[in-house]
Design a protein around this ligand. Structure first.
Ligand SMILES: *Cc1c(COP(=O)(O)O)cnc(C)c1O
Length: 375
């Protein structure tokens, strides 16, 4: 038996130390200033009151393990979306599902493709499994299917595609998703991350259900963290071919969702009226905020999600960093997106009526006046 010598350290597996730890959206305001957190795409409406009631009722039985199969939740999802319950897997947020997909399918040195301004978790999944992240250029802040297909090699194992994408807010039509799938080898898994799918009302958009029902290598992930206003409870779900769901179930933690999450998620999924209200609220305010900000003279990437990407000039005093400091001092917390390769932009979640007005007014002041650069 050989003991570790002084100076030797246990090494994590290849890739792990290349991961830059995920930095969530900021959530602090200066003392005495009301905080408006618009940095994590959370819902300004909160969850359905029915979800809160369901969660509270669970408090009487906290000594019991949850249903390890999240049956009630999967049934509610299946019923709402017209799916078979055997094709649905629930996760502790869709982050856990993305991670389970990696653990189930990735071998060391496989390649994992995602786009330039893609969600940071995809890189983490690749590196955590000792794989090579392959980052593909976007065109005009939008997924470029041809660029993805050109990046595919014999080592490619997963293509992660957020559609709509975060932090850009853009999407590709379903025809393009199908063209992407048709160009991939059968042994490459296409993961369609539909975290913002509910917000999209464009006729040429489809989250992926139709494609999955007729193919063997496509997965769709969804979340309760955004439109359902339940980010705190960590609930996500995945729809896929029964064989893939079965494989992922084998590596899943036996009780990965807690009872509060299962109860609240089930009630939220069945409250279609609340969902429609949240969709309308977002559409109305997204349009208003984007128009107002464009009128100030800033460019805004057209978004179908619950957030917008605002581009700032590079002039001293008017940069994204300056704007972030200016807004933060007023308790308006947006998301700096330098880590997504967008150092000149800020992402703003669509907030309450009050918060939306405050941001627009603050940006008018910021762009109009000679604001000193605070570094
Ligand atoms: C917010 C978000 C998610 C959701 O993650 P959860 O773990 O379900 O909270 C997934 N993908 C993208 C692109 C997101 O922006």
């Amino acid at each position: 038996m050989s003991a570790l010598k002084t100076g030797d350290e246990l090494q994590p597996k290849k890739g792990v130390l290349d991961i830059a730890a995920y930095v969530p959206g900021k959530s602090k305001a200066p003392a005495n200033v009301k905080l408006h957190k618009l940095s994590s795409n959370e819902s300004p409406l909160g969850p359905s009151p029915k979800a809160i009631d369901a969660m509270v009722s669970v408090a009487k039985n906290l000594e019991l393990y949850p249903d390890g199969s999240s049956t009630a939740l999967r049934e509610a999802i299946a019923k709402t979306h017209g799916l078979n319950i055997d094709n649905i897997l629930c996760g502790n947020g869709s982050d856990e599902i993305l991670s389970m997909i990696g653990t189930t399918y990735l071998e060391p040195d496989d390649e994992v493709i995602f786009t330039e301004h893609g969600f940071l978790v995809y890189r983490i999944v690749a590196l955590a499994n000792s794989c090579t992240p392959i980052v593909v250029k976007e065109k005009n802040f939008t997924t470029d299917v041809d660029a993805i297909l050109a990046a595919v090699t014999s080592r490619t194992r997963i293509v992660f595609l957020a559609n709509p994408n975060n932090p850009t807010g853009t999407y590709i039509p379903f025809d393009e998703v199908k063209r992407l799938h048709a160009g991939l080898p059968d042994n490459v898994i296409l993961v369609l991350d539909g975290a913002y799918a509910e917000y999209v009302r464009n006729n040429d958009y489809e989250a992926g259900i139709e494609l999955i029902s007729s193919t063997k290598n496509v997965l769709m992930t969804r979340t309760f963290s955004k439109i359902y206003g339940l980010a705190s409870l960590r609930i996500g779900w995945c729809y896929g071919p029964a064989e893939m769901i079965d494989a992922m179930n084998r590596i899943r933690g036996p009780f990965n969702l807690n009872s509060a999450a299962i109860a609240a998620g089930t009630a939220a999924m069945l409250d279609g009226v609340f969902l429609e209200e949240a969709i309308s609220f977002n559409a109305k305010w997204r349009e208003w905020v984007a128009d107002e900000i464009k009128n100030i003279g800033l460019s805004v990437t057209p978004s179908v999600g619950n957030f917008i990407l605002i581009h700032f000039p590079e002039d001293t005093g008017k940069t994204a960093v300056d704007a972030d400091n200016y807004l933060s001092a007023k308790g308006l917390i947006l998301r700096a997106v330098g880590s997504y390769g967008l150092p000149n932009a800020l992402r703003m979640s669509i907030g309450s009526e009050e918060a939306n007005h405050l941001v627009v007014d603050a940006l008018k002041d910021f762009m109009g006046s000679n604001v000193e650069s605070k570094t």
